[in-house]
Design a protein around this ligand. Structure first.
Ligand code: PHE
Length: 444
C-alpha cells in the first residue's frame, strides 16, 4: 500500500494546523462577535471555554487522527464501527462553512484589489454597503477565492498547505501589530481598549443574556480552533509519531488567541475613535479598517499587505476545510484527488453564490430573523460543530477510552502526559455536559 503522506516536520504541522485555526474566524469574526456581545465579558467566557473545552477536544481529535491515520469518517469508524457519523458531521460542517467562508474570502480579495488600484477608500461604510449589496461583484470574487483554494488542495498536502503557512503566519502577526500600534495612538482609542479588556457586567441583565453569551462563545471556540468537524483528525492523520500532541494542543490555541486579540486591538479602538458602531456585525472589519488606513502614513501599502495576509489566512483555513471533504472521497470512495476537489467545489461555489446575495437581492429571505448567510453560520458554529465535538468526547472518553488516548499522546512512551486526571474529567464529563447545557439553554 502507498505510504501515507506526512508533514515534513512538527513545525510544518504546527504551522499548517495554526494555519487552519487562524483565519477569518480570528480576523473578521472575533472582533465583531466581541463587539456584539458586550466586549470584555465575552472574552473572559471565551477564554474559559478555550482552555477547558477547546484544548482537550483538540487533543482528542489529533490523537484519533494520528492513531488511525485515516480521514475523519473512517477514523471514527475504525475506533468503533458504526461511529463514522461523528466524522461525517465534519464533512457536512465543512461544506456548510465553505459556502459562507469563501464569500468573505471574496470580500477580502476585493479589498485587496481595491487598495492595489487606488490609494484609499472614501466613505468606507457606504462603500462596504454598496459592495456587499451589489448582485454580481461579490459572487465573482467569491468564485475566484474558491477556485484558488480548490486549486491548492488539488496539489496535495505538504506541497500546498505547509509551505504557505510557514511563511505568512509570522508575517501576519507582525503586520497586525504594526496596525494595532498605529490604532491605539488614535484619539479616543483607549475607550476601545477598555471595551474589550475590562469586562462590563452590566451588559448582562438577564439569564437569557448569559445563555446567548455562552452559546456565542462556545460557537466561536469551535469555529476558531477548527474543532468538532474532523479537520484536526485529518491533519493529525498526517502527523508523525515523533510529534508531541499535547504540546501542539497548547501552542495552537495560544497562537490562535494571540492573533484574535491582536485583531481586536487593531479594530475595536478604531471603532471608538471614528465613532462607529461596535455592534455593526459582519461588516465591521471592512467598514472600520479603511478609516485607519486613510489616517496612517503609508496607509495604502499597509492596507495592501494586510489584506494580502488576511487572504492567506483565509486560504489556509479554507483549504483545511476542503481537505476534510477531499480526503474522505479519496480514501473512502476511491475518487481521484482532482475529482474529490472539483465536485464538492462546484457544490459549495453554487450555494455560496446564493449566500452572497443575502446582503442585497435575497436579504428578504429570512428564517427567525436570520438571512441565508446567518443561517449557514448558525448551522455550522452553533449546531454541527458542537454536536461533532460532543460525539468526539463520547467516542474518546468512553469508547476508545482516555487510557488509549494517553497512550497515543505519549507516542508509545516517548513523551510524558500531563494532567491525566483533569483531562479525563474534561473529556468525559465537563465538555459533553457543557455542550448539552449550552445547547439546550439556547432554545430558551
Ligand atoms: N478556524 C478557521 C478560522 O478561524 C475556520 C475553520 C473552521 C477552519 C473549521 C477549518 C475548520 O477562520
Amino acid at each position: 500500500m502507498k505510504k501515507r503522506e506526512q508533514w515534513s516536520s512538527n513545525f510544518g504541522f504546527l504551522m499548517a494546523a495554526a494555519g487552519s485555526a487562524v483565519g477569518l474566524g480570528n480576523l473578521w469574526k472575533f472582533p465583531y462577535i466581541v463587539g456584539m456581545n458586550g466586549g470584555g465579558i465575552f472574552i473572559i467566557v471565551y477564554l474559559i471555554l478555550l482552555i477547558f473545552l477547546g484544548s482537550p477536544i483538540l487533543m482528542a481529535e489529533m490523537s484519533i487522527g494520528r492513531k488511525t491515520r485515516l480521514n475523519a469518517i473512517d477514523a471514527c469508524n475504525k475506533i468503533k464501527p458504526g461511529w463514522g457519523f461523528a466524522g461525517g458531521l465534519g464533512v457536512l460542517g465543512a461544506f456548510v462553512i465553505l459556502c459562507y467562508y469563501s464569500v468573505i474570502g471574496g470580500w477580502v480579495l476585493k479589498y485587496l484589489f481595491k487598495y492595489i488600484i487606488s490609494s484609499s477608500i472614501e466613505n468606507p461604510s457606504e462603500y462596504f454597503r454598496d459592495f456587499s449589496q451589489s448582485p454580481i461583484e461579490p459572487i465573482i470574487w467569491h468564485l475566484i477565492f474558491a477556485a484558488i483554494c480548490i486549486g491548492i488542495v488539488m496539489k496535495g498536502i505538504s506541497g500546498g498547505i505547509e509551505k504557505i503557512s510557514k511563511i505568512f503566519l509570522p508575517l501576519l502577526a507582525l503586520f497586525i501589530i504594526v496596525i494595532a500600534v498605529n490604532v491605539i495612538r488614535l484619539p479616543n482609542a483607549v475607550n476601545g481598549l477598555k471595551f474589550f479588556l475590562i469586562p462590563d457586567f452590566s451588559a448582562i441583565d438577564s439569564l437569557s443574556d448569559v445563555f446567548s453569551l455562552l452559546l456565542n462563545a462556545m460557537g466561536q471556540v469551535f469555529f476558531s480552533l477548527s474543532l468538532g468537524m474532523g479537520t484536526l483528525i485529518t491533519y493529525g492523520s498526517y502527523l508523525s509519531r515523533e510529534s508531541n500532541i499535547q504540546k501542539n494542543a497548547v501552542y495552537i490555541p495560544v497562537f490562535d488567541l494571540i492573533i484574535a486579540l491582536l485583531a481586536c486591538t487593531a479594530i475595536l479602538p478604531a471603532v471608538f475613535s471614528f465613532e462607529l458602531e461596535p455592534t455593526a456585525g459582519s461588516g465591521l472589519l471592512f467598514s472600520t479598517l479603511p478609516y485607519v488606513f486613510s489616517h496612517i502614513s503609508y496607509g495604502k501599502y499597509i492596507a495592501v499587505i494586510f489584506f494580502l495576509l488576511v487572504f492567506f489566512a483565509a486560504v489556509t483555513s479554507a483549504i483545511s476545510l476542503i481537505e476534510v471533504i477531499a480526503s474522505y472521497f479519496i480514501d473512502n470512495r476511491k475518487w481521484s484527488r482532482k475529482k474529490a476537489c472539483v465536485i464538492p467545489g462546484i457544490i459549495f461555489m453554487s450555494i455560496g453564490s446564493i449566500a452572497s446575495l443575502s446582503f442585497g437581492r435575497l436579504s428578504y429571505l429570512r428564517l427567525f430573523d436570520n438571512n441565508i448567510f446567518d443561517l449557514l453560520t448558525i448551522l455550522s458554529d452553533k449546531i454541527i460543530m458542537p454536536i461533532g465535538g460532543f460525539f468526539i468526547c463520547i467516542l474518546t472518553g468512553y469508547i476508545w477510552n482516555t487510557k488509549s488516548m494517553y497512550e497515543e499522546l505519549s507516542s508509545g512512551g516517548i513523551f510524558k502526559v500531563y494532567f491525566k486526571k483533569t483531562l479525563s474529567f474534561l473529556i468525559r464529563y465537563f465538555a459533553p455536559a457543557m455542550i448539552i447545557i449550552i445547547f439546550i439553554t439556547s432554545f430558551f
